[in-house]
Design a protein around this ligand. Structure first.
Ligand code: UDP
Length: 255
């Protein structure tokens, strides 16, 4: 895919000419395609720096409940509406969010682009076993991506990880440690890196490694990915309840 930097409709770093605010979080109103071609690809081609949060209802609820997390999410350059609940809330509030942008799909598009452009990526997160399996899959499916490094997400000391990233200056750093850990880690280290697109991707490494199955397309199209995950991983019930609590709060507070 070709990228013309002059085509950028908005400042690639801000990427958000008309943000849509739901519960004090500014979501991008761009479609996935617009976000990629007008913001993220130009960020990558211009070797700039960018922090993306893909926020679902549970993450928005976390911003209310976990001290300091709201500031972290608000500090992101781009917050992506990941989760049917965010789109439903926007519709209810009559705000112009175009579509749900699943973080997993955004990651796949970025990997595709990185492969086309021979970009370098660092992969942080998941268990040690999943991380190795995941890297094998990346090597197989995206052979042109330069792997700047990878590390599992259960470390005590991140000095070596930070050193590796600042020395290898990867174009993209994917952090798969779940919310809020991944975003906390990105913001706590971000100042030490000169460039790169940093993005938390939750359980995406588990899916690519084949450890966890994503919902079939039909379920995704019906906005029932959450139900599929719940049936496969019943421990998610608390999270689902929080997603419903989010919708109720939006209706009650109208914000
Ligand atoms: N994880 C990690 N370090 C931690 C906690 C979790 O690397 O300290 C990983 C975990 O192995 C899994 C991912 O983070 O690969 C979180 O997945 P989950 O499905 O919970 O994230 P979600 O997609 O729901 O945000």
């Amino acid at each position: 895919m070709s990228v013309n930097l002059k085509q950028a409709r908005v400042d690639p770093i801000i990427g958000n000419s008309k943000p849509v605010t739901i519960m004090n979080i500014n979501f991008t109103s761009l479609s996935k395609q617009e976000l990629l071609t007008e913001c993220l690809f130009p960020v990558l081609m211009s070797r700039s720096k960018c922090f993306i949060v893909t926020a679902n209802p549970e993450i928005v609820m976390n911003t209310r409940d976990i001290p300091g997390y709201k500031q972290i999410v608000q500090s992101a350059d781009i917050v992506v509406p990941d989760g049917a609940g965010i789109v439903m809330a926007a519709k209810y509030l009559k705000l112009p969010i175009q579509e749900r942008i699943p973080g997993f799909e955004l990651m796949l598009d970025l990997l595709e682009f990185a492969n086309e452009q021979n970009l370098s990526c660092y992969f942080l997160g998941a268990t040690e076993k999943t991380s190795s399996k995941f890297i094998r899959e990346i090597n197989k499916s995206y052979p042109n991506i330069q792997i700047a490094g990878f590390h599992h997400g259960y470390f005590k000391d991140d000095k070596m990880i930070v050193k590796q990233i600042s020395e290898s200056t990867p174009d993209i750093v994917f952090v798969a440690m779940g919310s809020p850990k991944q975003d906390e880690w990105i913001t706590s280290t971000y100042g030490q890196f000169s460039k790169g697109l940093f993005m938390g991707v939750g359980g995406s490494f588990d899916v690519i490694a084949g450890e966890v199955k994503r919902a079939p397309d039909k379920w995704i199209k019906l906005n029932l990915e959450w139900l599929y995950r719940l049936l496969k991983q019943p421990f998610r019930l608390k999270r689902i309840v929080r997603s419903f609590a989010f919708l109720i709060l939006v209706m009650v507070k109208k914000e």
